[in-house]
Design a protein around this ligand. Structure first.
Ligand SMILES: Nc1ncnc2c1ncn2[C@@H]1O[C@H](COP(=O)(O)OP(=O)(O)OP(=O)(O)O)[C@@H](O)[C@H]1O
Ligand SMILES: [Mg+2]
Length: 273
């Protein structure tokens, strides 16, 4: 019997890719329950299978064996309850920044105001308001009518973040969403994300290479081992909320940072062997 509190359950997942050089075992024996309202960060050396795991949870492709459930249902494809920011920003090149953000909102349904439990589509005014809010959040007001090919990597990534946040999914799956951003924008979006999470407690799975980022955001950090990706250790982050950038200077933060860093470094060395 699955724990009712578990939002996404990963049960003994294995992923083998067929490549030119033979089979690549990307994931082996991954089991993890992500609880409702939990923020989980995943860290681990490059190539250990982090994106593979996130893409399987997103429903892009099935695992070779094992099972993922979301809200108790087996994941068999993508779903509106799972919002994704991919490692490679997957924007529609033929749509402007604004239209990229509005795209998901057009198919999004919200509960009707009359409390009847019925769902309705958003009006075009509402869609515009929501898009405006998120364009502002990622500071792309000047580029709202630009096409992706005219944006820098960091700007494209900000559009992808805005697009995922805008549809307000039950679960956010974020694959190094701040990886391509400059330090200032990254710090600012981290702070926004902490504050939003403290308010809404949306279930998040967040992949990052940045250990400070993982600690400041997460309730639990999953450290993955070098390929084939397995879970090496799960570390609880018992640093109280509210957290902010100053939290990074506290003793408990630094102690945890040293610990997680040492664990990840061990796996990095294993890859280089
Ligand atoms: N489509 C594919 N076909 C064959 N092998 C693949 C494919 N996608 C990923 N791999 C292999 O699977 C392993 C895990 O890849 P994945 O992208 O999940 O790693 P990652 O942990 O996200 O790395 P990074 O931190 O660099 O983003 C790697 O060895 C990679 O070469
Ligand atoms: Mg990756």
């Amino acid at each position: 019997m699955e724990d009712r509190n578990v939002k996404v359950n990963i049960d003994n997942v294995k992923m083998i890719y067929d490549s030119k050089n033979g089979e690549v075992v990307a994931l082996n024996g991954i089991s993890l329950g992500i609880k409702d309202n939990e923020f989980v960060c995943v860290v681990g050396p490059s190539g250990c299978g982090k994106s593979t795991l996130l893409n399987i949870i997103a429903g892009l492709f099935p695992p070779t064996s094992g099972k993922i459930t979301c809200n108790g249902k087996v994941v068999e494809g993508t779903g509106v309850e799972r919002g994704v920011v991919f490692q490679q920003y997957a924007l529609f090149p033929w749509l402007t920044v604004r239209k990229n953000i509005e795209f998901g909102l057009k198919i999004n349904k919200v509960p009707d105001q009359d409390n009847s439990g019925k769902m309705r589509k958003l009006t075009s005014k509402e869609i515009k308001q929501i898009a405006d809010k998120y364009i502002k959040l990622v500071q792309l007001e000047e580029f709202a009518n630009s096409y992706p090919k005219t944006l820098s990597g960091g700007m494209k990534q900000r559009v992808a973040i805005a697009r995922a946040y805008a549809v307000n999914p039950e679960i956010l799956l974020l694959d190094e969403p701040f990886g391509a951003l400059d330090a200032q924008t990254r710090t600012q979006l981290q702070s926004e994300l902490i504050q939003t999470w403290e308010k809404e407690r949306k279930t998040c799975l967040f992949i990052t290479h940045d250990i400070e980022e993982a600690i400041i955001l997460a309730e639990r950090i999953v450290i993955m081992s070098a390929r084939p990706g397995r879970i090496k250790e799960i570390v609880d982050v018992n640093i109280p909320h509210p957290r902010n950038q100053k939290t990074k200077m506290t003793d408990e933060f630094l102690k945890l940072k040293n610990y997680v860093w040492a664990q990840v470094y061990e796996e990095y060395l294993a890859v280089r062997k």
